[in-house]
Write a protein that binds this ligand. Structure first.
Ligand code: HEM
Length: 206
């Protein structure tokens, strides 16, 4: 039974990590206002929300399982207060920091109408701290920390995030370049196949 808890705790941990990485990538794409191939923008935002909820469910299972696992030696307070656990307190504590940030993100999203979009957006930046904290926790405390596959998962998602951020930034530069007064008075380049301008292809939120 103890082995089952341990395997389940590890499995749910890796699942949370993959789902959180997907949430961050989808969040970057949602913020950019771009669609994904085959998915309209509304669907990207809906997917971002749905995957966030799934990640939350798996995070709950991860923590509950490891609380019951005697080897993990977790106490209830370790779920809320970081860096006090008996086993690898620093790495374990980063998992708790990630969890605290997740609670902040969920609470601010539920209270979005009350706190206003501006405050919500500021608090939502916490998502960018949550991912490195969760990764450091996984690599520092997990049984599979020496396994090549866990590192491969982390590196692959890191590249995906960098790719998403780069594509958003290049779209922003296109947007701002197109809003500059043009000395040559040339119209934006048009994409013959789609009939859209390069600017609207990147971001057509206006
Ligand atoms: C966003 C938050 C979190 C993520 C993404 C996450 C993810 C992970 C991952 C990927 C592992 C490694 C599993 C393996 O080696 O196969 C792990 C291990 C572990 N996590 Fe988390 N975790 C999070 C939060 C927490 C919290 C809040 C706690 C407890 C309060 C916790 C307790 C543990 C423990 C004790 C282990 C070691 C399990 C082992 O023996 O391998 N985690 N976690």
């Amino acid at each position: 039974m103890t082995d089952a808890l341990w395997y389940f705790g590890r499995g749910t941990g890796v699942t949370v990590l993959v789902l959180f990485s997907l949430v961050v990538v989808l969040g970057i794409v949602t913020r950019s206002g771009q669609p994904l191939p085959g998915l309209p923008r509304v669907a990207v935002a809906a997917l971002h929300r749905t995957v966030s909820l799934a990640a939350l469910a798996f995070l709950t299972l991860h923590v509950l399982t490891l609380l019951l696992d005697p080897y993990a030696q977790l106490r209830l307070e370790d779920v809320v207060l970081p860096f006090r656990a008996a086993y690898r307190p620093a790495w374990q504590g980063l998992g708790t920091v990630a969890l605290d940030l997740v609670v902040l993100l969920v609470a601010s999203s539920l209270l979005r109408q009350r706190i206003g979009v501006r405050a919500w957006r500021w608090l939502h930046w916490a998502a960018y701290l949550c991912w490195p904290a969760a990764v450091a926790h996984a690599i520092g405390t997990g049984t599979d920390r020496h396994s090549g596959w866990l590192l491969t998962v982390v590196v692959a998602w890191r590249w995906l995030m960098i790719g998403a951020l780069k594509s958003v930034n290049s779209c922003r530069s296109l947007d701002s370049a197109s809003s500059l007064p043009s000395s040559s008075h040339e119209p934006p380049t048009s994409d013959a196949s789609s009939g859209t301008t390069s600017t609207t292809k990147c971001n057509d939120r206006k």
